[in-house]
Design a protein around this ligand. Structure first.
Ligand code: IDP
Ligand code: MG
Length: 238
């Protein structure tokens, strides 16, 4: 019975130490060395245990061993980084292009994202260079309108933003509407506020990878603000 327990505890400790060492679990370096040290000392106790003759000695060694094995996860848990304030939700890059800014549509567009419940985590007004615009629209470099598009994006102020919320990448595109405003549904930003494809006032990331790349292109990490919004518990029910 005890030997079964020993082997199970030994297995758990070894697995834990291996996971800590391989960084497959999130522990601080100090915790990793604690895990290693306890695992080594457990190994020592385990082998000396095999040599024990009397039941009393056996029990004492077992108690010692098991308390080491049980204290290990507790010690490592205490050394872990404190849990983040809240799990980071999905983020997307949204930009109001120069036509949207010039037509005075900033507050209209921002309010649609805000009223939906998404959280603004970064915002700035910038005039991108043509080079920068070409980087942003890199995927479209073979399209005939690429040059005109990049000239236009770099022709004046663009309001660059990062919005956060559950499903914000996909639903943000719904709020924006189809690329060609003639095909965008009424009720969408482009459907309600634009007429032609070359002046469709807003950009939104089209998927998780693009969102990550575009956020990194337009913002430095320190420009993204992590905070808990008061409305979150009402929006998500937690
Ligand atoms: P999206 O903005 O809806 O993601 P994309 O196909 O990625 O659409 O195109 C990027 C931008 O290029 C569009 O928002 C629009 O401003 C411009 N664009 C797309 N198609 C055309 C076109 O056929 N003529 C002129 N401009 C276009
Ligand atoms: Mg696109």
């Amino acid at each position: 019975m005890n030997s079964r327990l020993f082997s199970a505890a030994a297995r758990t400790t070894r697995a834990f130490a291996a996971a800590a060492a391989s960084k497959s679990i999130n522990v601080l370096p100090e915790a990793r060395s604690v895990a290693g040290a306890v695992a080594t000392s457990c190994r020592g106790r385990f082998s000396s245990l095999a040599a024990l003759g009397s039941y009393g000695e056996h029990q004492n060694a077992y108690r010692q061993w098991i308390s080491g094995a049980l204290m290990l996860p507790a010690a490592v848990y205490m050394l872990q980084d404190p849990p983040a304030q809240a799990a980071e939700l999905e983020r997307t890059f949204i930009a109001i292009k120069p036509d949207g800014v010039q037509r005075g549509l900033i507050s209209e567009i921002v309010s649609r994202f805000e009223r939906k419940g998404y959280k603004l985590v970064a915002i700035k007004l910038v005039v991108p260079s043509k080079d920068f615009a070409e980087k942003h629209y890199y995927d479209l470099k073979e399209r005939p309108f690429f040059n005109g598009l990049c000239e236009f994006l770099s022709s004046g102020p663009v309001l660059a933003m990062v919005w956060e919320g559950e499903g914000v990448i996909k639903y943000g595109r719904k709020l924006i509407g189809a690329t060609d405003p003639q095909k965008s549904e009424p009720g969408t930003i482009r459907g309600d506020l634009a007429i032609i494809v070359g002046r469709n006032i807003i950009h939104g990331s089209d998927g998780p990878e693009t969102a990550k790349d575009e956020i990194n292109l337009w913002f430095k990490p320190e420009e993204l603000i992590n905070y808990t919004h008061n409305s979150e518990k009402w929006l998500y029910g937690k």
